[in-house]
Design a protein around this ligand. Structure first.
Ligand code: ADP
Ligand code: MG
Length: 353
């Protein structure tokens, strides 16, 4: 029999495994921002303030006034596969209402950065009336102490990838990393107009929504007055046959467009997603009204029956496919086209040539 020391195959230690896994969940600062923001929304926050420094590479701070955590929960939150959101697979099959459910975000982010969590439950009963401050660094809890903090949760991520130099080197410029952060926070701000979401970069406030529940107002806060005034509202439940039950939101006048797809903010059952079928439906409706490679501003919410979408996809995957892409494309096209037509914004059935 071969003695064990001769084997080439070794068991990786837990920390190495966590760092490898982190590379899949946390690709760049924006992915950490996404996870923290989702946690704040899942905690029913009314206000979420996102602050980043140097595109998020130096600091990411997400502060919310959500339900907060007691000390035992703060400690549990950074462990692997710990979640308060589901009990088992059957909860996933019936459709999850929360954005997170894997219970891996805080654990993995903390294995490649220094995470400081301050939290105090809304319903009192914190750490002797105070909150809890926990530091989790490179995969280890290095301190837990009582702290004075507002009810809710503040998570800070310092020096992302400090212990994974290869990944750190892979990061792009501050401007590029911030553009990714901005896109993520914008997506969630638009999807949650009833939550006041702010974004600050290197001390400058980039936008702040009011949280009054008005989508048009949220669009104005993130894209500015000019774009907001070019948006028309769409509300279609009388769609051609297909999986979508309804399509609603805001679409821009054709002449308010950009050369980037980034302003196509599309959601399925409240989740920010991209899908070829949705994009093609939108672009089909605008048709030749847009020049080549130009895209409108669109904030569209698509509803499909809960059991018709699989949310159990890879954490980074935002791309979804439908069983019947053609039907979805026709439905989106019809919803957008009829809205543009109603507003006299399409030259409909114009003779060609
Ligand atoms: P998941 O979101 O998949 O459950 P996370 O690692 O992101 O996993 O978070 C673990 C747990 O920590 C959550 O299930 C939740 O109970 C708690 N938690 C994390 N962030 C917050 C927050 N901002 N407010 C309240 N609880 C939080
Ligand atoms: Mg989460």
């Amino acid at each position: 029999e071969t003695p064990p020391q001769d084997t080439e195959i070794r068991q990786l230690d837990e920390n190495t495994v966590a760092r490898i896994a982190a590379g899949e969940v946390v690709e760049r600062p924006a992915s950490a921002v996404k996870e923290l923001l989702e946690n704040s929304l899942d905690a029913d926050a009314d206000t979420v303030d996102v602050t980043v420094e140097e595109g998020g590479t130096e600091l990411i701070r997400v502060a919310d006034d959500g339900h907060g955590m007691r000390e035992a929960d703060v400690r549990a939150a950074v462990r692997e596969h710990t979640t308060s959101k589901i009990d088992g697979l059957e909860d996933l099959e019936s459709g999850v209402a929360t954005l997170g459910f894997r219970g891996e975000a805080l654990h993995t982010i903390g294995s490649v950065s220094r995470v400081t969590i301050q939290s105090r439950p809304q319903d009192g009963d914190g750490n002797g009336g105070a909150g809890t401050k926990l530091v989790y660094e490179g995969g280890e809890v290095t301190s837990v102490e009582p702290t004075g903090c507002p009810a809710g949760t503040i998570v800070e991520v310092d020096d992302l990838f400090y212990n994974t130099p290869a990944r750190r080197k892979f990061l792009k410029t501050t401007a590029t990393e911030f553009a990714h952060v901005n896109r993520i926070v914008t997506r969630y701000a638009l999807a949650n107009p009833d939550v006041a979401v702010s974004l600050t970069h290197d001390g400058r406030e980039v936008f702040a929504t009011t949280g009054q529940g008005d989508l048009q107002a949220a669009v104005m806060a993130v894209y500015g007055r000019e774009v907001a005034s070019a948006m028309i509202s769409l509300d279609a439940d009388d769609l051609p046959p297909g999986p979508l039950e309804s399509v609603s939101g805001l679409v821009s006048h054709p002449e308010t467009n950009r050369s980037s797809r980034e302003y196509l903010a599309t959601y399925v059952n409240g989740r920010a997603v991209t899908a070829d079928a949705i994009r093609e439906g939108i672009m089909g409706a605008y048709g030749t009204q847009l020049g080549g490679d130009r895209y409108p501003f669109v904030t569209l919410f698509l509803e499909v029956p809960g059991d018709a979408v699989d949310v159990n996809v890879h954490p980074r995957k935002r791309e979804v496919r439908f069983d019947d892409d053609d039907a979805v494309r026709r439905q989106v096209d019809a919803a957008v086209e009829s809205t543009l037509l109603e507003h006299g914004l399409l030259r409909s059935h114009a003779p060609r040539g």
